[in-house]
Design a protein around this ligand. Structure first.
Ligand SMILES: [Zn+2]
Length: 93
C-alpha cells in the first residue's frame, strides 16, 4: 500500500491547529503508531488522533443530522402529498 496516499485518505485534522498533514513514525507496535502534525509538530498516537477526530466528526454529524432531518421531513411530506395526489389513478382490482 502506498503510505502517502493512505495518510491523505485519513482526512483527519490536528486538534491543536486544524492542520491535515501528518507524518507517521512507525512504532514498534502498530497500536502505538505516532503521528506528528506537519504544521504545529504536535505528536500524538494514532488512537489519540482518531479519538479527537471522532468527537469532532460526531459533533459535526449531529449538526448535519438535524438539518438533514428537517429536509427529510419536508421531503417526506411532499412525497406523501404526491403519492396521494396520484392515488386517483391507482385502480385496485
Ligand atoms: Zn497541528
Amino acid at each position: 500500500m502506498d503510505a502517502e496516499k493512505y495518510t491523505r485518505k485519513l482526512a483527519m485534522v490536528c486538534p491543536t491547529c486544524g492542520g491535515d498533514q501528518f507524518q507517521y513514525e512507525k512504532g514498534v507496535d502498530e497500536t502505538i503508531q505516532v503521528v506528528r502534525c506537519a504544521c504545529c509538530e504536535r505528536e500524538m498516537t494514532k488512537d489519540e488522533l482518531m479519538r479527537e477526530n471522532s468527537e469532532n466528526i460526531s459533533a459535526h454529524m449531529e449538526e448535519i443530522g438535524q438539518e438533514a432531518l428537517k429536509d427529510a421531513a419536508k421531503e417526506i411530506k411532499q412525497m406523501l402529498k404526491d403519492a396521494f395526489k396520484g392515488s386517483d389513478f391507482i385502480k385496485v382490482k
